[in-house]
Write a protein that binds this ligand. Sequence first.
Ligand SMILES: CC(C)(COP(=O)(O)OP(=O)(O)OC[C@H]1O[C@@H](n2cnc3c(N)ncnc32)[C@H](O)[C@@H]1OP(=O)(O)O)[C@@H](O)C(=O)NCCC(=O)NCCS
Length: 157
Amino acid sequence: MIYHHDIDLARTTDALAIAELSRDAIEYGLAWRWTTRRVMHSIHDADTNVVVARQGIGVAGFGIMQYGQEEAHLALLAVRGAQRRHGLGSALLAWLEATARVAGCKLLRLEVRITNPGAMAFYRQRGFEEAGVAVGYYEGVEDAVRMLKRLSAPDAA
Ligand SMILES: CC(C)(COP(=O)(O)OP(=O)(O)OC[C@H]1O[C@@H](n2cnc3c(N)ncnc32)[C@H](O)[C@@H]1OP(=O)(O)O)[C@@H](O)C(=O)NCCC(=O)NCCS
């Protein structure tokens, strides 16, 4: 079981591990867009949170959320293969969701590869609903399923 205190804001020294996990777990078969440099940029961006779940000295999972006025966008979420189904993905998402609520966001949105039913099941279980298909979203070769979750105010949560 992982608890919230194991979830931490990423440091610049985590950027390489995060980028490699994105490449291997999310961007497989596509061009590598979330490079170390881009992750580093997100870590320093005031409107983005990059969080990691640490296990030992390594990064077991991470999430990247971009915050707007009314909505927040979950750009990436991944857990290392061997560490899945132990609650890390849920803990990372819960941290980012709570932060979005506190920031006053009313809506969370994300895209998931249409060939990834496991992730869709995970998000559905966490209150997200499917909200359409973005045809060719991934380099014109794969569609994305858009998913949304409406957030309640912090005091009503
Ligand atoms: C999606 C992902 C982040 C979930 O992380 P995780 O740490 O395994 O998630 P949790 O352990 O918190 O999962 C909790 C629940 O979600 C559901 N779930 C998770 N993975 C699932 C899968 N592959 N198929 C069906 N349900 C799944 C289950 O209900 C699970 O509970 P259970 O293990 O008791 O059955 C992880 O599988 C992953 O990194 N996948 C590859 C990258 C990816 O697809 N990212 C999302 C798109 S950006």
